[in-house]
Each structure stands twice: as structure tokens, then as C-alpha cells.
Design a protein around this ligand. Structure first.
Ligand SMILES: NC(=O)c1ccc[n+]([C@@H]2O[C@H](COP(=O)([O-])OP(=O)(O)OC[C@H]3O[C@@H](n4cnc5c(N)ncnc54)[C@H](OP(=O)(O)O)[C@@H]3O)[C@@H](O)[C@H]2O)c1
Length: 286
């Protein structure tokens, strides 16, 4: 279609429509979007969300954000009991509903107990964020069997355990989100096995989205870039961290809240048509 030129009929129609809208607003007509916005209730009202690995980092920011959105939440942790209990206590102090539950996602029986505890406390589960993950970096020639196996047990098998249980239990119209990574595009040296474990999340989400479509459940992967958490910063020098920050268009690392806000947007009622996708939330780094 030709682009409207300054004098084209298409451009004159656009200008006429714009001036009609301005005239209506100037004459006191109500803004169109405002009343509908005001009537909207909290997206999570009456619903429950479970976020694995939410004692700290991206998971903690996500569970806090979903609680603000009105969800009753389950905070999951592996070892950081104090941190997880504090996140849950903060949410309750702010008027929300939260429990903290220990479970190792690499253990299928523990994941079943995690979902049982969520359903018992909140009456069901509507949103599951498979976030728990670990990162072990080394060039291929130096990667140990132990590090490789541990990473696959948590990131690949563990996320599978969580998504399998989510597929069985998330209520109709729910949301399932798996944490991938922009490393699947950046492909930085030393990140090979970690990148492979995150690429698995993209495939999980796209297949599960098709399996659950009949129940109006949307399933997506979200791929953060470099985010300011220990998973990214541990083992790096300040110079290396600054180097990553400089590579982003915004000249800063992502913060956990940047990712939590994107997850919240995918969980919003209006976001359900986005399904089977990998959403890159990285400030434009790739
Ligand atoms: N940070 C980044 O730059 C970045 C970028 C792209 C993608 N991601 C992905 O985002 C997710 C969260 O990363 P993060 O940076 O927030 O990490 P983080 O700060 O290291 O937090 C990891 C969380 O996962 C939990 N966890 C680890 N192993 C677990 C297990 N076996 N069972 C249950 N929970 C377990 C930890 O619990 P404890 O505190 O109890 O150990 C903690 O709550 C990961 O999947 C990661 O791959 C991160």
C-alpha cells in the first residue's frame, strides 16, 4: 500500500479523523479509554500463581509483582528459607496472600507436593512460572560432567517436572511461562550447555501451547537478557559486568523488576492471544 503523501486523499482522511477526535474532546466528550480502564478489576483477583525459584532474583520480583496484581501466590525455594519466608511475609504485610514452600524442582515428587500445597492454600492454580534455574559456565573442553548434569537436572528436567504438573493442574484460561534466555541468540563462548538448557524452554512452551489450546491456557517462554542477579554477576569482574551493560541499547543491565513486569503483562487478561512464543525481554540487546 502506498505511504500517505502530505496531500494524498489517505492523509487528508487521517487528518480529518484526528481533528474530529480533538474537537470531541475539546467539547467535553469523555476520553474513550478511561471509563473502561476504571472498571477493570485486578487481573489476579480470585486467582493463584506459583513461581518456582522465587526466594530471590527474577522469581522474587515476579511473585511480588503478581501479588500486586491480586494473585494469591506460592513462593518456592531450594535452600534460601529465610529469604523466601521474608518475601511471603512482605506480601502478606501488604495485604496479599502468600505461602513459602520448599521443593527441589529436579525431584518430581517434590514438585507434586509443591502443587498440592498451592492448591490446598489457594484453592487451585491459574499461573505457573517455571523460573528456578542455575548456570554453570565453561568452554566445552573444560565443562565437567557434574556441572553439566546438575544444570540439566534443574533447568531441563526440573522445568519439565514443573510444566508437566502445570499441564495437569492449571485451571482453564490460565497462563504458563518458562524462563528461557537471550543467550539462545547471543551464543557467547562458555555458555553452550546453559544456552542449550534454555533453548529447551522455547521448545517446551511452543509444544505445550498447542496441547493446552483447547482449555484457553496460554503458554510462553520469556527470554531475559543480562539481568542484575547473582546468577549473572557471580564470577564476573566489575569490568566484565560493565562490558555487558554497555552492549545493551539502554547502557544498563536489566533489573529483576523489568522481567517481572513483562511476565505480569503476559498474565494480563488481554494478553492471552500471545501463546507458543518466546518473548525476548532484554532492552534490545539482541
Ligand atoms: N539473571 C540473568 O541474567 C538471567 C538471564 C536470562 C535468563 N535467566 C533465567 O531466569 C531464571 C532466574 O534467574 P535469576 O537470575 O533470578 O537466578 P538467581 O538469582 O540465582 O535465583 C535462582 C532461584 O532459583 C532457585 N533454585 C535454584 N535451584 C533450584 C531447585 N533445584 N529447585 C527449586 N528452586 C531452585 C533459587 O532458590 P534458593 O535461593 O533456595 O537457592 C533461587 O530462588 C533462571 O531460570 C535463569 O536461567 C536469568
Amino acid at each position: 500500500m502506498p505511504h500517505p503523501t502530505p496531500t494524498s486523499p489517505a492523509r487528508r482522511r487521517l487528518l480529518a479523523a484526528a481533528s474530529l477526535t480533538s474537537a470531541a474532546v475539546a467539547a467535553g466528550a469523555p476520553a474513550l479509554a478511561a471509563p473502561a480502564q476504571a472498571r477493570k478489576q485486578a487481573p489476579g483477583a480470585g486467582k493463584a500463581a506459583l513461581v518456582t525459584g522465587s526466594s530471590r532474583g527474577i522469581g522474587a520480583a515476579t511473585v511480588r509483582r503478581l501479588a500486586q496484581d491480586g494473585y494469591a501466590v506460592t513462593v518456592n525455594y531450594l535452600r534460601s528459607r529465610d529469604l523466601a519466608e521474608r518475601v511471603a511475609a512482605d506480601i502478606r504485610a501488604a495485604g496479599g496472600k502468600a505461602i513459602a514452600v520448599q521443593a527441589d524442582v529436579s525431584d518430581p515428587a517434590a514438585v507434586r507436593r509443591l502443587f498440592d500445597a498451592t492448591e490446598k492454600a489457594h484453592g487451585g492454580v491459574d499461573v505457573v512460572v517455571s523460573n528456578a534455574g542455575i548456570m554453570r559456565l565453561a568452554p566445552f573442553g573444560d565443562m565437567s560432567d557434574e556441572d553439566f548434569d546438575e544444570m540439566m537436572a534443574v533447568n531441563v528436567k526440573g522445568s519439565f517436572n514443573v510444566l508437566r504438573e502445570a499441564a495437569r493442574r492449571v485451571r482453564d484460561h490460565g497462563r504458563i511461562i518458562a524462563l528461557s534466555s537471550s543467550i539462545t541468540r547471543m551464543r557467547t563462548p562458555t555458555y553452550g550447555p546453559y544456552a542449550a538448557s534454555k533453548g529447551a524452554q522455547d521448545l517446551y512452551a511452543s509444544v505445550l501451547a498447542k496441547e493446552l489450546a483447547g482449555r484457553m491456557v496460554s503458554v510462553n517462554a520469556i527470554a531475559p537478557g543480562v539481568v542484575n542477579t547473582p546468577l549473572f554477576t557471580d564470577g564476573k569482574t566489575p569490568g566484565q559486568i560493565a562490558g555487558f551493560a554497555q552492549r545493551t541499547p539502554h547502557r544498563r543491565l536489566g533489573e529483576p523488576e523489568d522481567i517481572a513486569n513483562t511476565i505480569s503483562a503476559l498474565c494480563a487478561t488481554d494478553g492471552w492471544w500471545v501463546s507458543g512464543q518466546t518473548v525476548f525481554a532484554n532492552g534490545g540487546i539482541v
